[in-house]
Ligand binder design. Structure first.
Ligand SMILES: [Zn+2]
Length: 250
């Protein structure tokens, strides 16, 4: 893993990113890029076709906001994968890769705004430095005042507490990715309710907002569970957005 991280770090310095437009020149760096993408996205990259064009459209629109951030560099890869999910891998605090499987683009159909929110959520993970370290994630879990860790400790001892804390960290970081993503998404000009549309689509797919065992067995459900807390949090974001718009007389 250490090797992969340093390898990716060196390589990604040469990749075209959302933040900068350098293009690797040699065939060697092209090959290395393909290897990293296959490793991180678990399938080869797709670089043409309708799905690629769709994702490019979204990237360009979100890029108008993301390009203002010079600290983080993120490469978005469309992966030739049948998995309905998307994930961000942070190689260090500044360099990240987002994998968007072709199946996820299909799943979103012609709803560009919903796909844009999925990508924005992943961008949220790449921008959130706090959730990139163990210390930061613990602080996020503690600030949520989670009872989970206490109850987990009572029911399952140290192991139970650790597991509950892990869940609390994950949920906390998911909400933060929703919030950062929502800001990027709305600042890029997308309809805020497309974020709610994406939530609804995922909820119908998972079929269980309580994140029961069947939902969690699913890849999308295990790392992006659609919990009542997450839905409530999105409602708050939407209401705040409406209040701000009303304040601006929009
Ligand atoms: Zn996430």
């Amino acid at each position: 893993m250490k090797y992969l991280v340093s390898f990716c770090f060196t390589l990604l310095s040469a990749l075209p990113t959302l933040a900068q437009g350098t293009i690797p020149q040699s065939a060697q760096s092209q090959l290395a890029k393909e290897l990293v993408i296959e490793r991180v996205c678990k399938s080869p990259e797709v670089t043409s076709g309708a799905e690629f064009d769709e994702l490019q459209r979204v990237e360009q629109k979100l890029g108008t906001v993301i390009n203002q951030d010079r600290q983080h560099r993120t490469y978005v890869a469309l992966a030739n994968s049948p998995v309905i999910n998307a994930w961000a891998t942070n190689f260090n605090l500044n360099i990240s890769m987002i994998c968007v499987p072709v199946a996820m683009v299909h799943f979103m159909g012609d709803a560009e705004g919903e796909l844009a929110f999925i990508l924005s959520h992943e961008i949220g993970h790449t921008l959130d430095d706090r959730c990139k370290t163990e210390e930061g994630r613990l602080a996020v879990a503690n600030s949520r005042g989670s009872l989970g860790a206490v109850l987990g400790g009572l029911l399952g001892g140290q192991k139970g507490a650790a597991a509950a804390s892990k869940i609390s960290q994950q949920r906390g970081c998911e909400e933060r990715a929703d919030e950062i993503g929502f800001y990027v998404f709305t600042a890029s000009g997308y309809n805020p309710y497309d974020a709610a549309g994406a939530f609804g689509r995922i909820e119908m797919y998972l079929g269980d907002t309580r994140t029961g065992i069947f939902a969690r067995l699913n890849a999308l459900g295990s790392d992006h569970p659609m919990t009542p807390d997450r839905i409530r949090h999105m409602r708050v974001l939407l209401i705040n957005n409406a209040v701000q718009k009303a304040g601006r007389g929009q």
